[in-house]
Design a protein around this ligand. Structure first.
Ligand SMILES: [Zn+2]
Length: 352
């Protein structure tokens, strides 16, 4: 039962989650932009990260929205279209924040603390066509499961619910997406996350070449260099260029950078740039030179450009990637919930 008397004040137990959330939120190998989310269950209430807010901001503003747990769980079981909105504790949500799109997943899992990240080590395995086989020996001894790609939100929650019928899991590797861990406490979740990261770690592929200055053509075409120095690595290795241009590997790439990556072999090529823009592409690889972004790309796009390089340089040399389908991409690009997230990202940039 929800103790309504407990809803008045922000529970002190959230302080530890704030600190942990900020730590992983500042680690681009775990969380990029507003991606990833954490939650705490306390007295029948799920405190879950708000959609569009950055975990990194947890110490400077309240990023958690309280949601009544039982109604969400009942609505998931009843296959309701929106299990979350009516369950938000309105009197504790003066800014009208929306709970994370992954709120149903946090509610479904039984653990008091749930952490979902876009760990680049996890994604580098989770995009492989044979991801599950690659995980078996690495995660041996943990209660884990691999869940093939589903659109984030309710479809993913329903797939996880189905998987949990076969047994409880503390670690979920989400195909073409990321990692979820659940534990009894914030400390235990932090330890489990670190353990999984240690097991999934691989040597980083060395990249030859240094980023060169782009000519004035880039500016003329409305493109600018990616901000994170590591983001350019994708363009400096022919294998990474081939993989990046072959399709989209995970949802936030599509949401912030459009589908796949455009390649400009000769650099200045107005027609190729126009065709890429037509498809919604915002990331341009100039092989051997570096990475350009559309100049209307925001800070979130820069985080995702760096993420791509961090994932690709961890891909096994024998990896065959499973890409998102065109239907998956279209579903992500025309998504109300994501339009809201992008709007908040722009607002955050503007106030930074
Ligand atoms: Zn996610």
């Amino acid at each position: 039962m929800v103790g309504t008397g407990r809803l008045g004040a922000r529970p002190a137990a959230l302080d530890a989650l704030d600190r942990f959330s900020a730590r992983i939120g500042r680690d681009i190998e775990q969380v990029q932009a507003a991606g990833g989310n954490t939650s705490l269950k306390l007295d029948g209430v799920l405190y879950v990260k708000a959609s569009g807010l950055w975990l990194a901001d947890a110490p400077v503003r309240d990023v958690f929205v309280p949601v009544r747990l039982d109604p969400v769980r009942e609505a998931i079981a009843a296959d309701a279209a929106d299990p979350v909105t009516a369950a938000v504790v309105g009197e504790r949500n003066p800014e009208g924040l929306r709970p994370s799109i992954e709120t149903t997943l946090h509610a479904l899992l039984p653990h008091p603390v749930v952490v979902h990240t876009h760990s680049v080590r996890t994604i580098a395995l989770a995009v492989c066509a044979d991801a599950e086989a690659r995980l078996v020996s690495r995660l041996d001894g943990l209660a884990w499961a691999f869940v093939p790609y589903c659109k984030p939100g309710l479809p993913l929650t329903q797939a996880v619910a189905q998987r949990l019928q076969r047994g409880a899991c503390d670690v979920l590797v989400l195909g073409n997406h990321g990692l979820v861990v659940g534990a009894e406490s914030v400390d235990a979740a932090a330890r489990l996350l670190a353990e999984v990261e240690r097991r999934l770690d691989v040597p980083v592929r060395a990249t030859d070449g240094t980023v060169v200055e782009f000519g004035s053509w880039a500016q003329r075409e409305g493109l600018r260099p990616a901000i994170h120095p590591k983001a350019h690595r994708t363009a400096l290795d022919p294998r990474l260029v081939e993989i990046a241009s072959g399709g989209s590997l995970y949802p936030d790439h599509v949401i912030f950078l459009g589908p796949a990556s455009a390649v400009l072999p000769g650099g200045d090529d107005g027609a190729a740039i126009a065709r890429a823009r037509e498809k919604g592409q915002k990331l341009f690889l100039v092989p051997g030179k570096g990475v350009l972004l559309a100049d209307d790309a925001d800070r979130s796009a820069d985080e995702l450009a760096a993420c791509l390089a961090l994932v690709l340089e961890r891909l096994s040399a024998d990896a065959r990637c499973r890409y998102l389908t065109h239907e998956d991409e279209a579903a992500l690009m025309n998504w109300d919930a994501e339009a809201h997230r992008k709007e908040l990202a722009r607002a955050r940039d503007a106030s930074a």
